[in-house]
Design a protein. Structure first.
Length: 250
């Protein structure tokens, strides 16, 4: 006579158990270690993860699920709540509904224990996601550096140093290929909000004939080229400076 082994039944409490296991376990939660933890087969865990999204999320992003639950609980305490007061009098029983605002303790708990801390992870995850998506578009050439920077500014995200280095390398490549001059490269880098490399700055000064000389030109007075900030001039003005420098040498 054959006997059938009973299949384990899913319990909604398994979500809490999975989150708890993920929180204290020294290794990442997996089908295998959690199945062993609750005494079921890996097949049962796989089946339940397919059928119950909340259970699956406890494996994929336990920290996010826990943070979300903390935030919801804290926000509930920060919402305006209602309190019903029953008063017995000569006219009978009256029910008075009053609004209850968050207490100082509610705000203190929100600040110290849950809301602020749990949101940090989401902010960081969002920042990385935005940067990663824009970086793909930058690499593929679908957006320009300035457009990508503008998107980051809207999200109040700092521009990664790697982006700045890559943009400088792109502009220097154009200069080395003869597509733009050193002064034009300086202006492009400056307009991108990036610090101009010192060697490029010196090359641009040499290109314009402004190598540590004093010239007479714009504004009618002498202009020292030492530490000259080329970004303050237009290309037309820079050409005037170059012409003035040549006139000074003759």
């Amino acid at each position: 006579m054959s006997t059938k082994t009973s299949r384990p039944k899913y319990d909604s409490d398994y979500v809490k158990l999975a989150l708890s296991f993920a929180a204290y376990s020294r290794v990442k939660i997996s089908n295998r270690n959690f199945a062993k933890h609750i005494g079921v087969t890996e097949g049962a865990i796989r089946k339940w993860r397919k059928e119950y999204p909340d259970f699956d999320r406890a494996f994929l992003d336990p920290a996010g699920v826990i943070a979300s639950k903390i935030n919801i609980g804290v926000m509930d305490n920060l919402d305006k709540r209602s309190k019903m007061t029953i008063i017995k009098g000569e006219d009978g029983v009256k029910a008075i509904k009053d609004d209850v605002l968050p207490t100082h303790n509610d705000l203190l708990v929100a600040s110290k224990l849950g809301f602020r801390k749990s949101m940090v992870g989401f902010d960081e995850q969002h920042r990385k996601s935005v940067i990663a998506d824009l970086n793909k578009l930058l690499v593929s050439g679908d957006v320009t550096y300035l457009d990508a920077v503008a998107e980051l500014e809207l999200e109040e995200i700092l521009v990664p140093a790697s982006w700045k280095a890559r943009e400088v390398a792109r502009i220097l490549k154009l200069k080395n290929q003869g597509e733009i001059t050193a002064p034009e490269a300086v202006l492009q880098i400056e307009s991108s909000g990036i610090t101009v490399p010192k060697l490029l700055q010196q090359e641009a000064e040499n290109h314009l004939g402004l190598n540590r000389t004093e010239i007479t030109g714009l504004g009618g007075g002498p202009i020292a080229s030492t530490n000259l900030d080329l970004s303050q001039f237009s290309l037309e003005d820079l050409m005037k400076l170059r012409k003035a420098a040549k006139n000074n040498k003759t």
